[in-house]
Structures are given as C-alpha cells and as structure tokens.
Ligand binder design. Structure first.
Ligand code: M6R
Length: 365
C-alpha cells in the first residue's frame, strides 16, 4: 500500500530513516564501541585472518558496495574492492584464501550476482550475503550474511535498499575495525555518527519543496552530469542511474576529477552538472571542478552542507544537507538525488514505479 504517497518510489524514499534504524537495531554496542552481526558464521580468528574484501553486486547494490569499500578501507585498513558480479564471473577470478566475499542484493535473486557467488564458492571462497528479501536464493546459498530489514521494496528503482545496505556494511566495517586498528573512542564516534543518520535524513525529507522546484526547472534537459569525489563518487554514479532509470534523461556519473579528461567537451549551456560537495577533505577539489564547468557556461547545481556560502556562491543552484561525520555523507547526499530523479520523472509524466523495459528483479543473465 502506498499510504499517503503517490508512488512506491516516493514512499520508499521516505521510509529510509525507519529502514536504516531497522538495519542498525541491536547491532551497535556502545559498551564496547563495536558492531554485532549475528549471521556471519565467522569467528574472531577467521575475521582477523581476512586480508582482502571483495563485494559482488549489480546496479544500485554495486554502488552501495563501492561506497562500502571506502568505509572498509578507512575503518579496517584492509584492501576492499567492489566488482560487477557479471564481470567477475567470466574473468576466471582468482579466489585467494584470505579473501572474504560479499554478495549484495536487495532481491537476493539477481542472476548475475547469484552465479558470481556460486563461481567464487566453487573455487573455495567464502561468500556472505547482504540481502533484503528473507529466504531468497542468495540468502540461502551464501555461507552466512546480514539481512538489511528494509521491508518490501516495490518500486523498480531501488532507494531504501541502497542506504540500508550502507548501514549494514558500516556495522561490519565497525566490527572489523574494532578488531584491528580502531580505538574505543573512534568506534564510539562511528556509532554516534551512524545513529544520527536517520534524524538527518528526516530533516531532508521534511523540506522537499526546493528539490521539487529544482527538478521542475531542469526536467526538460536531455543530458545531465553527476559529479562527486572519494566516498561520494559512487553516490554520483547512483544518482545518474536513478535519473536515467525513472525519468529517461541521459545522465552520466563521474568522478569530478575525471571531467577534465574528456567529458568537459560535452559541457554546454544545455547540459547541467550536479555536484556533490560535502564538507570533507576533497571539498576544495570539487569546488575547483565546479569552476571548470562554470567557465564552459555549464549550469552548476550543488548539493552542499548547510551554511556553505562558498559553494552556494559558486553554483547557480544549491540544495543543502545537514552537517555530518565525513563517512556519513553518502547516506545524506543520496536522498536528495533520489528525490530529484523522482520529481523529474513526475514532471516528465513517466511511469515512476514501472519504468519501461525494466523489471524489479533481473533473474536472467
Ligand atoms: O536485487 P538486486 O539488489 O540484486 O538488484 C540489482 C539491480 O538489478 C538493481 O539495483 C537495479 O539496478 C535497480 N533497478 C536500480 O534502481
């Protein structure tokens, strides 16, 4: 039921604070400043032996996995990579003894992800599932795992599963980090930052009018760039996927650093660039990229942190998110871009919940 909302996509975007709370419930331990995940089926010794983490997924789940690699490398100091499941399977993958694999899938039925998981398992690798649908094939066949508890996601465009997957991966990063280099105080800070996220998203959701107004002004564009850096680079990829999927606007996600290596050639007055500009170590670099686009007369939209005058003055349009711990910006920046895609789709009269040519779960290769 869409209770009070026009579409499932809108409803599911608004469910995110609650979904994240559910993904975190019972999993954050303030006493020891660590995380708990019941279903990993791995002892402390085995977790300590992990020398590399590989995340397998497709689409939005792949973008969540990409974000997770940044959090894992920072908190655990172990190499982490996200791989497109469809590509890994056919590469005759090297499955190392000390690698730990995750198969991330909202539905738990995505063929590409399932077959990649089986290929890794066939070579003796251990694969944990990060799924939403309880009892799904990936959840059943994995060697352990985590449910994200988002509740049913009906809209073809995945929204709440993305942020809930992040929450689950962050708990895992916290628990692994605390077994290695992360101090009690650092762990406590992560817990506090994670627990603040649902409220921060509520603040964004309480004021959607500026996002809708912006979407109305730009919905007639045919091309869009989404640009971010660092941990928010995958958020730019996800924002572009969301926009193309529901509004049929051609959108590209790029690292803001990469535009000068080619895409700048496409910047015109008709091609807006949507920059993700949190207050983190890469903010100055992103501002430089914004100026490069402006110098080519490209319209610049910025999603910045409340009170960031410099970014507001540089951009043609600005939306704000609350200030947060630097690792938490992927949650906060994703939500306005989901809403932007939703409102663009509405303005263009698209079939929001059932975009043409797409199915909710892709059970063929
Ligand atoms: O169920 P999964 O998370 O495995 O699905 C993976 C992709 O098919 C899915 O995320 C797809 O990209 C969405 N429609 C994006 O909104």
């Amino acid at each position: 039921e869409k209770t009070g909302f026009s579409h499932f996509m809108e409803k599911e975007i608004h469910e995110q604070p609650e979904a994240i709370r559910r993904a975190l419930r019972g999993r954050l331990d303030r006493e020891y400043a660590t995380g708990h995940l019941g279903g990993l089926n791995l002892g402390s010794r085995e977790l300590l032996e992990v020398g590399r983490i590989v995340l397998l997924a497709a689409g939005t789940s792949y973008h969540a996995g990409m974000v997770a690699t940044y959090a894992l490398e920072e908190l655990v100091r172990v190499p982490a990579v996200a791989e497109l499941a469809s590509e890994l399977r056919y590469r005759n993958p090297l499955v190392e003894r000390d690698a730990l694999y995750f198969a991330a899938s909202q539905s738990g039925e995505t063929a590409d992800t399932l077959y990649a998981m089986r290929e890794v398992q066939r070579k003796g690798g251990r694969v944990l599932g990060v799924c939403n649908v309880v009892g799904s094939t990936i959840a059943r066949e994995s060697d352990g795992g985590v449910y994200i508890h988002s509740g049913p996601e009906i809209s073809v465009a995945s929204t709440k599963a993305f942020t809930s997957q992040l929450a689950a991966f962050y708990v895992f990063a916290l628990l692994m980090g605390r077994m290695r280099h992360l101090s009690f105080d650092q762990g406590a800070r992560i817990i506090e930052a994670l627990e603040a996220v649902p409220k921060q998203i509520e603040t964004i959701l309480a004021n959607t009018a500026p996002i809708q107004a912006l979407a109305k002004r730009y919905a007639s564009c045919e091309h869009f760039f989404f640009l971010g850096r660092g941990i928010n680079y995958p958020v730019a990829l996800e924002a572009a996927l969301k926009l193309k999927e529901v509004s049929y606007i051609h959108a590209e996600g790029y690292s803001a650093a990469e535009i000068k290596h080619g895409p700048l050639a496409l910047i015109t007055e008709e091609t807006p660039s949507f920059f993700l500009v949190p207050r983190d170590g890469l903010r100055e670099k992103v501002i430089t990229s914004m100026k490069e686009v402006k110098a080519r007369r490209g319209p610049v939209i910025a999603l910045a942190v409340e009170g960031d005058r410099e970014v507001a003055d540089t951009a043609d349009e600005v939306l704000f998110v609350p200030e947060a711990h630097p690792l938490m910006y992927p949650f906060l920046l994703a939500v306005p871009t989901q809403l932007f895609a939703y409102y663009c789709a509405l303005a263009r009269g698209c079939n929001v919940d059932q975009p043409r040519n797409l199915a909710k779960s892709v059970t063929v290769e």
